[in-house]
Design a binder for this molecule. Structure first.
Ligand code: BT5
Length: 282
């Protein structure tokens, strides 16, 4: 089943001259996680790792299986938007989860994943990354990571959830399509150095493993409290595009179901879905 792809790259100017070894083995060896990363499929190129992971999940792949691609040709975000996934500079991967929870609790997976990735990025880089509702990660006001969680199941039960994570690691501004240049950033752009992508991936997988375990044990409230501690938009002026309707006000908090509470001139509104822009950046 595994398609191994061996990738080597000399570091440009930093590091100790070691090379990235993108193999299943290099990703999961000594990872010491309980679930996340039990198996890893490394692809040179694919349409979308979420689609690959969905196909594997439908064929019975184990919980915690990771699908990673060096380049995505049809990387996507929410509502079918495109996700720029060029070769050699980011981390584009998806994880298969099979939580034994009710479908209405599945939103917890979105929050635990965002908190896990943001926590790992902060820990690994010491850069001031923060969360923007519900699951974007920003650094210096630019989006450096997006997460796309897709559920398969019925109103009664979840078959699987695929959590797709896209992290901009070593891109420079010209690597982004022109329309993203003002709003997309990367760890390298903010820090001036290139990062070891495999080491970062392993940190993220470990963090996901811990947060997932806690979510299964302690529930949505636990994931939300971790998410809150990494959120950088409370108290800020926001503008939320809810598919046509626009809500403007001050972001206050999230409620127990993860809805965003916004103080507006008409009172506090609860937002279930939408695109948030920070009117004044953090
Ligand atoms: C997201 O959607 O932010 C979720 C992105 C998830 C990508 C991962 S990569 C691995 C896995 N496989 C996939 O096919 N997807 C997942 P959304 O909130 O809808 O944001 C999409 C918007 O972000 C686009 O419309 C652009 O404006 C912007 N964007 C696109 N590519 C970007 C990039 N590389 N960095 C920052 N912003 C980007």
């Amino acid at each position: 089943m595994s398609l191994f792809w061996f990738y080597t790259r000399e570091y440009d100017g930093i590091g100790d001259g070691t090379v990235d070894q993108w193999t299943e083995e290099s990703v999961i060896r000594g990872l010491n996680t309980r679930k996340i990363g039990v198996k890893c499929l490394v692809l040179e190129e694919t349409g979308s790792t979420n689609d690959q992971a969905r196909r594997l999940a439908e064929a019975g792949a184990e919980e915690g299986t990771v699908v990673l691609a060096e380049r995505q040709l049809q990387g996507r975000g929410r509502l079918g938007r495109r996700w720029a996934s060029p070769q050699g500079s980011g981390l584009w991967f998806s994880v298969i989860l099979r939580p034994e929870i009710r479908p209405e609790e599945a939103a917890g997976v979105v929050f635990l994943s965002a908190a896990a990735v943001c926590g790992a990025l902060k820990e690994f880089t010491k850069l001031p990354c923060f969360l923007k509702w519900p699951n974007d990660i920003l650094l210096e006001g630019k989006k450096i990571c997006g997460i796309l969680a897709e559920m398969n199941g019925t109103s009664e039960r979840i078959n699987h959830i695929v959590v797709g994570v896209g992290i901009n690691v070593n891109q420079r501004q010209p690597d982004f399509p022109e329309e993203l240049r003002g709003k997309a950033g990367s760890l390298a752009m903010a820090s001036g150095v290139e990062w070891d992508r495999i080491a970062l991936l392993r940190e993220v997988l470990r963090s996901l493993d811990r947060e997932y375990e806690d979510f299964l044990k302690f529930g949505f409230a636990c994931a939300l409290s971790r998410w809150r501690s990494l959120c950088g938009m409370f108290g800020q002026q926001v503008r939320i595009d809810c598919q046509g309707t626009v809500v403007s006000g001050t972001a206050l908090d999230v409620d127990g179901q993860g809805r965003l509470l916004v103080e507006t001139p008409n009172g506090v509104e609860r937002i279930s879905a939408g695109d948030v822009s920070l009117v004044k950046e953090a």
